[in-house]
Design a protein around this ligand. Structure first.
Ligand code: AHR
Length: 308
């Protein structure tokens, strides 16, 4: 073997070793928690598809607590992982820990939810759906279904989280175009079925059994499922007396769409390892500038019984 070839082979061997041993990349993933049906499906997909991309995934479930996420990210930094993926619970409070990752030269990728930081160089990119578009799709569907005349109750997601902020903004931007469309009551159900049920029970009381209410907009399906339960217990007919529109398109809401207890759901894809890992792994192989947001498409699904 010539000297040049030998040097080339050594360089290849070194780069394979630098890739994390046996070609694997060690990546820490700090996940929000396991609320609702969508998030566990997302977590499972990330864990199941990691091996397809030669990734050794260190998974940390923060149980909905930002302090837990900060702890997990610091532990990943101490372990010297190749990259860190974060699905942030809320948008604020990230500057310091992201700076620590940057100082340790560990690239950070945001998935699903966004952060609100001054210095965008603290993370490489965000790979996620467009929550604002999801809100606009829900609002546009409702505007058409109600012919632009609708009093709405809104079940908000976790306060301070990107999907709660952006879905609300997007929805309001569309219904704001229709003078007879209005949100008359709004409250957080924290993205859970129990939260949604409690919030809808409160709305039922405060509006005299949803009198004059034309629709329920929930920032996720699980809250809508809780709302449906509360309405049925109060003798109301969700999907018929009140239009039901939400986000995620989880299997349980598909059943409700099929039996006309729900009317529309905007799909938030949960099988997103195929979008996330190639971006992260390509970057690790050869760091390069990326757009700050790589968007995963969203689709609207409706039931065939909206006007019954
Ligand atoms: O961040 C996405 C949202 O978080 C999902 O719509 C919701 O189900 C989850 O809790």
């Amino acid at each position: 073997m010539s000297l040049k070839l030998a040097a080339g082979a050594a360089a290849v061997a070194l780069s394979v070793f630098a890739a994390g041993g046996a070609g694997a990349w060690t990546i820490g993933f700090s996940q929000v928690g396991s609320e609702g049906d969508w998030r566990p499906a997302f977590s499972a997909n990330m864990q199941e598809t990691a091996k397809d991309y030669d990734v050794d995934l260190k998974f940390a479930n923060a149980q909905g607590k930002q302090e837990e996420q900060l702890r997990a990210v610091r532990a990943f930094i101490a372990q010297g992982v190749d990259a860190i993926i974060i699905a942030p619970v809320v948008v604020t409070g990230w500057d310091q820990v992201l700076q620590e990752a940057k100082d340790a030269e560990i690239p950070v990728f945001l998935v699903d939810r966004d952060v609100d930081v001054q210095d965008k160089s603290l993370y490489v990119t965000r790979i996620s759906a467009d929550f604002n578009l999801e809100g606009r799709l829900a609002g546009a569907w409702l505007a058409a279904a109600s012919k632009g005349d609708c009093k709405i109750v809104e079940l908000q997601g976790t306060t301070g989280s990107a999907p709660a902020i952006e879905r609300k903004k997007g929805f309001e931007a569309v219904i704001g175009e229709f003078p007879a469309m209005e949100i008359v009551a709004t409250q957080s159900g924290d993205f859970t079925t129990e939260g949604g049920k409690k919030v809808m029970e409160a709305f039922i009381k405060s509006t005299n059994n949803l009198e004059g209410i034309c629709a329920s907009f929930a920032h996720n399906d699980n809250m809508q499922l809780g709302a449906i339960q509360a309405m049925k217990e109060a003798g109301l007919n969700p999907g018929k007396d009140v239009l039901m529109v939400s986000v995620d398109y989880v299997p349980a809401i598909k059943d409700k769409l099929a039996n006309c207890e729900a009317n529309a759901s905007v799909e938030l894809r949960s099988a997103v390892g195929q979008y996330i890992y190639p971006v992260v792994v390509d970057y690790l192989k050869e760091p390069h500038e990326l757009d700050k947001w790589i968007v995963i498409p969203s689709d609207l699904h409706t039931a065939n019984c909206t006007s019954s």
